[in-house]
Ligand binder design. Structure first.
Ligand code: ATP
Length: 290
């Protein structure tokens, strides 16, 4: 049997860090939404007593236990006593180490897909709880849609989808490590985004309100590590994006664009500076179990 799952990327419309916790994690408050840029996950049952194999044809994606989709399969196998092998094929479209939760979304898609392949009958809430053991962004990715994520990112409060718009993404050549960015964060004197205002703007379907309240407390840290981020932000604004921000721990920069007529100009302009540029729609709708 074979199951296919889409693994969409997310962007952070706002990302705030409240404080560092005693367990070493940071207490965050993030507004996240899915976009129409997705990896594809193919799960094939390999019969009794087999192991877990990963293929991705992307040299930056690990093909062993370090792969988050592998970890998803491994947890489900152990927890539910599954004695069958699975081959996990990952068609990578989302840039790696980019702040777009590519690995987390692959893990979430593997959880949803294996739930079907192995007839586990788990709900999305149960899958999200398992996802939190793999990584802080996996819970959100299990549901997709638009949400406020708190705790270390695993506590999810769903909100409605933002109004339709376009998202242009540009990723500088090098990736950044999320751990390095958090290590470099100094919270004293930092400018915090206003999560409540962003949620209000989304609920009012105010595109202008969303543009006005974009904010990411990690941006200044990544900017110091990768000056290309500032250059791309400037170019995106110059080419006509309505508002720009770095996503997650970066270094991908996204720009919001309301009217399709402007999308090609911005996309083509950025292609002159960056290898990885995408123009996609904001999705904002939640995943469902088949
Ligand atoms: P986040 O936004 O959640 O911080 P990210 O988009 O910055 O994540 P990923 O693309 O998930 O980062 O990759 C981070 C690292 O995770 C990679 O360098 C890679 O070694 C590892 N990794 C594990 N599984 C995967 C996967 N399925 N796809 C991509 N990278 C993976």
């Amino acid at each position: 049997m074979r199951v296919l799952e889409k693994a969409p990327a997310k962007i952070n419309l706002s990302l705030d860090v409240l404080h560092k916790r005693k367990d070493g994690f940071h207490e965050v408050e993030m507004v996240m939404t899915t976009i129409d840029l997705a990896d594809r996950i193919e799960l094939i049952d390999m019969g009794p007593r087999g192991g877990i194999s990963i293929t991705s044809h992307n040299r930056f994606v690990p093909d062993d236990h370090r792969n988050l989709a592998y970890q998803a399969a491994s947890i489900l196998k152990e927890r539910f006593g599954i004695k069958r092998g699975v081959s996990i094929g990952i068609t990578k479209v989302i840039p790696v180490a980019a702040g777009l939760a590519g690995g987390s979304s692959d893990a979430a898609a593997a959880l949803r897909g294996l739930n079907r392949l192995w007839n586990l009958g788990l709900t999305l809430d149960e899958l999200a709880e398992i996802g939190a053991e793999i990584g802080s962004d996996v819970s959100f990715c299990v549901y997709g849609g638009t949400a406020v994520a708190t705790g270390r990112g695993e506590k999810i409060r769903h909100i409605e989808a933002p109004p339709h718009c376009w998202v242009i993404l540009a990723k500088p050549t090098a990736g950044v490590s999320t751990a390095d960015v958090y290590r470099g964060l100094k919270l004293d004197g930092v400018k915090h985004p206003h999560t409540g205002r962003m949620v209000g703007a989304i609920q009012e379907k105010s595109y202008e309100g969303i543009c006005d309240n974009l904010g990411n407390v990690l941006e200044s840290v990544t900017l110091k590590m990768q000056p290309e981020v500032a250059m791309i932000k400037d170019q995106m604004k110059r080419f006509g994006a309505d508002a720009v921000l770095m996503s997650g721990s970066g270094p991908t920069v996204f720009g919001l664009v309301q009217y399709e007529s402007k999308v090609h100009r911005i996309y083509n302009g950025l292609r002159g500076f960056c290898d990885q540029v995408f123009a996609v729609r904001m999705l904002g709708e939640r995943c469902e179990l088949d």
